[in-house]
Design a protein around this ligand. Structure first.
Ligand SMILES: [Zn+2]
Length: 363
């Protein structure tokens, strides 16, 4: 059966395989995905092998078939072990190409990928810090391999907010250097919000804006509406990573709507990191009903064992997003992206081909 493209009614039952295939074939963009959170079990295994490392303290029974964790500390332990595997520019090229391969298999045409430069520059344990030029060269090589797969990459380099302020200057100094990767489009602010407000980063973001970078901080994930307010007022945010807790403040919602600031929504991440109680409680329907611009994303697809097809499928099965809604949300995500005019045009043309087809998605 061919799913109706124009259907905007929620589906309360499991999506059919035809619907999932339609979602897979839909031309897509992803605007919120972390390079260091994208590593699959296979990629982790190959890096352990490459560097001859011992992972038994993290996975005593060997690597699992898919990652899972019991609460945030357990997640953090595995995540930081994964980070410790990234030792060379080649490693960064490998994980970028691996991520691009999964994006290409889902017909993702453009991805804005966040990477945390600071964590690679830092020497930690038996791992030496990476030189800025090696970091840049690794990202450039990964981006080149992604382009061969038909995936255009824009880079977002973020400041982790839960480090000392003097350390955060490392990132902005780097962004102002001539050792940044091709395709750099934005500055982000990541990490745990509680106890780490956005305002102290205002000067860093102003410097990044002055060199032409866009502003896409995380906010309203682990903290409430005030954090989103600060991201807009202090960091001049053009999109918000997560932002789901903006609903706590109707005035803020009205301003986000007025200013057409898009929220990068990541349902599985919110579920697994317990931002929400269950996926059925996810605020996506309320965000859309309020008139907010939203797009769907994976956040850390390797660690969360998800991909963009899964996020869109969950939104259709559980959160009332019809296939026609997916089409319009993808168009809107293209518009809110920082892709080149050529990439935007090509992606929109591919989306037009879907919506103009009266033969259904497989035509
Ligand atoms: Zn994120």
């Amino acid at each position: 059966m061919t799913p109706e493209v124009g259907n905007t009614e929620p589906m309360s039952t499991a999506a059919t395989s035809a619907t999932i295939e339609w979602i897979r074939a839909l031309p897509k963009v992803e605007l919120h995905v972390h390079l260091e959170g994208s590593m699959s079990v296979q990629t982790v295994a190959s890096l352990i092998d490459r560097h001859q490392l011992d992972s038994s303290s993290i996975w005593p029974d060997g690597l699992p078939d898919r990652f899972s964790f019991d609460g945030f500390p357990d997640f953090a332990k595995q995540f930081f072990f994964g980070l410790s595997l990234l030792r060379t520019g080649d490693d960064l090229a490998t994980i970028t190409a691996d991520l691009a391969a999964t994006l290409a298999s889902q017909n993702v045409r453009y991805a804005e990928i966040t990477t945390t430069a600071f964590t690679h520059f830092l020497a930690k344990g038996d791992r030496q810090g990476m030189a800025a030029e090696e970091y840049r060269d690794g990202l450039n090589e990964g981006r080149r391999r992604a382009a061969e797969l038909g995936v255009d990459i824009g880079w977002v380099i973020d400041i982790p907010r839960d480090i000392e302020m003097p350390e955060s200057a490392v990132t902005i100094d780097y962004l102002e250097s001539n050792a940044t990767p091709d395709g750099l489009v934005a500055i982000g602010l990541g990490g745990y919000e509680v106890g780490f407000p956005a305002a102290p980063y205002a000067e860093h973001f102003a410097r990044a804006r002055a060199i032409g970078l866009h502003s896409v901080p995380h906010a309203g994930e682990t903290e409430g509406a005030e954090s989103v307010r600060s991201a807009i007022d202090d960091l001049d945010a053009e999109r918000i990573g997560h932002g789901v807790r903006c609903l706590e403040d109707p005035e803020l919602v009205a301003e986000l709507v007025d200013r057409a600031i898009m929220l990068e929504v990541c349902p599985t991440s919110n579920d697994l990191l317990q931002v929400i109680d269950t996926i059925d409680d996810h605020p996506l329907p309320r965000l859309r009903k309020a008139g907010l611009r939203v797009c769907l994303n994976t956040d850390d697809p390797g660690w969360f064992a998800t991909d963009l097809v899964n996020e869109l499928t969950v939104a259709t099965e559980r959160l009332g997003v019809g296939l026609g809604d997916h089409l319009s949300m993808q168009r809107d995500a293209v518009a809110a992206s920082f892709a080149s005019p050529a990439t935007k045009r090509q992606t929109l043309l591919a989306l037009d081909a879907i919506s103009d087809s009266d033969q259904g998605p497989h035509a």
